[in-house]
Design a protein around this ligand. Structure first.
Ligand code: NAI
Ligand code: MG
Length: 351
């Protein structure tokens, strides 16, 4: 049996609660994981002046994977928590793919009530290292009437090519359908460039059926005709917005997992829920742990532990379909730990 060293960064708010449940479930399907917890968080920032120590990436580099809760909490500005931990780790470890599967799970009440699990099974491939999330820019003439702000986007040839190629590979493995999110009518430099790279790479994949849609129309398509979509590739900002939308459509942020993948496997990949630290329900013990548990399933699958990953995935589906243990966001009275324990027990039967 292989053993793994996995780092956890529970972070802030409900990140702490949902990570505990994911650890509980993974321990039931794959014995022999050695967990190391790092208390990097906004609390840590208020104590030490930094979200993580300067050698944070070095401390994590030797792990097989990282399970991240959520970072960000009232009292620390969001740009500090994001740029002090999440974004530097994604970049230090070359996690240029942000993989966000969106599925309608059984037994959950969706905004698309009449759709079934067959109609909505989308994989969002989000560029995770450049694009609109850049540090280039600044505020000019602050405090004066002619004050203005510039925020630049960065689209590199390497960055566009590798994420688009990754998406074509995933589309080839799945249904053979790929849709690219663009906005070439508004962003007249970056998006026509993105589109041209997409069209160039499409030639290498004649079997993949492609579409390019403006991101606003694509947002509507996710709600109106999710069955026409399979793999979606988008820039950093577009992928981020589309995946929150898609997650909400399937029944809430408490169900949507995400992986920050380094496809070259020369540094650890990092798995997390799409949601944040949910300060409005932090400390109540009622956060839905499913998103983080499914992030754990993605982590197992990334390590090549497909049997364990499938057991977790099926356990989530079975428990949700049974409908007896539900957290308040799913309309029930269960706690985070109740739902985590139920999924862990079912996963152990299946593993
Ligand atoms: P959020 O995702 O934390 O919460 C949005 C809404 O969804 C809230 O009403 C919350 O109660 C609900 N929600 C989220 N997860 C839930 C769960 N598992 N179960 C039940 N309900 C759930 O987003 P928000 O409020 O915009 O951000 C809060 C903080 O989290 C901010 O500081 C933000 O920067 C940070 N954040 C961190 C992320 C990360 O670490 N990757 C991602 C998104 C936000
Ligand atoms: Mg987001």
């Amino acid at each position: 049996m292989r053993t793994y060293r996995i780092a956890t960064i529970p972070g802030d708010g409900i990140g702490v609660d949902v990570t505990a449940e994911a650890v509980k479930v993974l321990d039931r399907v794959l014995p022999g994981i050695s967990w190391t917890e790092f208390d990097w968080s906004c609390e840590n920032y208020l104590r030490t002046g930094a979200m993580m120590p300067p050698d944070g990436p070095e401390q994590l580099a030797g792990f097989d994977a990282i399970l991240l809760g959520a970072v960000g909490f009232p009292g620390v500005p969001d740009h500090i928590s994001l740029w002090g931990l999440l974004i530097p780790l994604r970049r230090a470890f070359g996690q240029y793919v942000n993989l966000r599967p969106v599925r309608l799970l059984p037994g959950t009440e969706s905004a698309l009530r009449d759709r079934t699990a067959d109609d909505l099974d989308i994989l969002i491939v989000r560029e995770n290292s450049e694009g609109e999330y850049s540090e280039i820019g600044g505020i000019h003439n602050p405090g004066r009437p002619d004050e203005f702000v510039l925020q630049e986007s960065v689209f590199t040839r390497t960055g566009c090519e590798r994420i688009i190629r990754y998406a074509f590979d995933r589309a080839t493995e799945r249904s053979g359908k790929l849709c690219s999110a663009t906005k070439s009518n508004g962003l007249i430099h970056s998006m026509p460039y993105w589109d041209s790279v997409f069209e160039r790479i499409a030639v290498e994949y004649p079997s993949v059926q492609t579409r390019q849609m403006h991101v606003d129309a694509l947002a509507a398509e996710i709600v109106l005709h999710p069955d026409r979509l399979d793999v979606i590739v988008g820039s950093n900002l577009f992928g981020d917005i589309l995946s929150d939308l898609a997650a909400a459509v399937t029944g809430g942020l408490g169900l949507a997992p995400s992986g920050n993948i380094n496809p070259d496997a020369d540094a650890p990949s990092m798995f997390e829920a799409v949601h944040g630290s949910a300060p409005d329900i932090a400390g109540l013990g009622i956060a839905n742990p499913v998103a983080q548990i499914l992030a754990g399933a993605m982590l197992l699958s990334h390590l090549g532990e497909d049997t364990a990953a499938t057991a977790v995935d099926r356990a989530v589906r079975d428990v949700l379909a049974a409908g007896t243990v539900r957290t308040p966001d799913l309309g029930g009275p269960a706690t985070t730990a109740d739902l985590g324990t139920a999924i862990a027990a079912r996963a152990a039967e299946l593993a």
